[in-house]
Design a protein around this ligand. Sequence first.
Ligand SMILES: NC(=O)c1ccc[n+]([C@@H]2O[C@H](COP(=O)([O-])OP(=O)(O)OC[C@H]3O[C@@H](n4cnc5c(N)ncnc54)[C@H](O)[C@@H]3O)[C@@H](O)[C@H]2O)c1
Length: 264
Amino acid sequence: MILKGKKGIITGALDDQSIAWKVAERAVAEGAQIVLTNAPVAMRMGVINQLAEKCNAPVIPADATSLEDLENLVRQSMDHFGGQVDFVLHSIGMSVNVRKNKAYTDLNYEWMQKTFDVSAISFHKMLQTLWKLDGMREWGSVVGLSYIAAQRVFPDYSEMAESKALLESFARSFGYHYGTAKNVRVNTVSQSPTMTTAGQGVKGFHEFFNYADKMSPLGNATAEACADYCVMLFSDYTRYITMQNLYHDGGFSTMGMNPAVIGL
Ligand SMILES: NC(=O)c1ccc[n+]([C@@H]2O[C@H](COP(=O)([O-])OP(=O)(O)OC[C@H]3O[C@@H](n4cnc5c(N)ncnc54)[C@H](O)[C@@H]3O)[C@@H](O)[C@H]2O)c1
């Protein structure tokens, strides 16, 4: 029960494959009370109410690109909890150019801006909204989910690579301000390829998933394992970890070559 008595907001649970879905289940199993949120359009398609029932959590719709929605989310969450929030999971990503199959050398810049807004700027917007409404409790923890394409080239990941680079940078910069002001930590977790709706939207995902699985000495980290890691980062056991991009990838990020990949 490492989250006993803690209260948190969890974004991005679309279906039971979503990383956020597993984090929600795990956080509640560890004693947390949570609020769930997703974009109104995703909630119509998804099955978030099943999760809400299981976790005894209200669902507050919010488009993470809308400051008005985010303000409403933070206010309503604080009303629900009767006070500030201890942890927040940002588990939001979407690329318009990837969805529309645009080549990296022929990107549509309006779509790119939408991609950055949804996948990265929403992280800053969420942090800034929490900051202005004084929504985070001292020693609270905010986690965003990232991917190693922020550091290395994975051609089919396209503009999501830059989205993740921006996301990780926001975690560092806001981590400074929130750490100094309120001892709140801000980190990103760089997760293995995971079979989810967003993951499988990337071209050649299945082949790549298998490649990463072979390359990583421990194999790909699952969504359930990612949930364990996030819960640890929300807990009091990690109070001095902040402004970090933390690889949760079975060792992939440190590998150069693995004989298993080339059949030696
Ligand atoms: N699946 C992977 O291989 C993988 C690997 C590393 C990191 N990640 C990251 O993990 C996070 C969660 O993705 P997932 O793999 O669980 O997939 P997912 O499709 O289950 O989750 C993505 C979520 O983003 C939400 N979303 C999209 N636009 C939104 C908006 N405007 N406002 C609010 N929510 C919005 C979707 O509704 C969905 O719930 C993303 O940041 C993703 O980039 C995924």
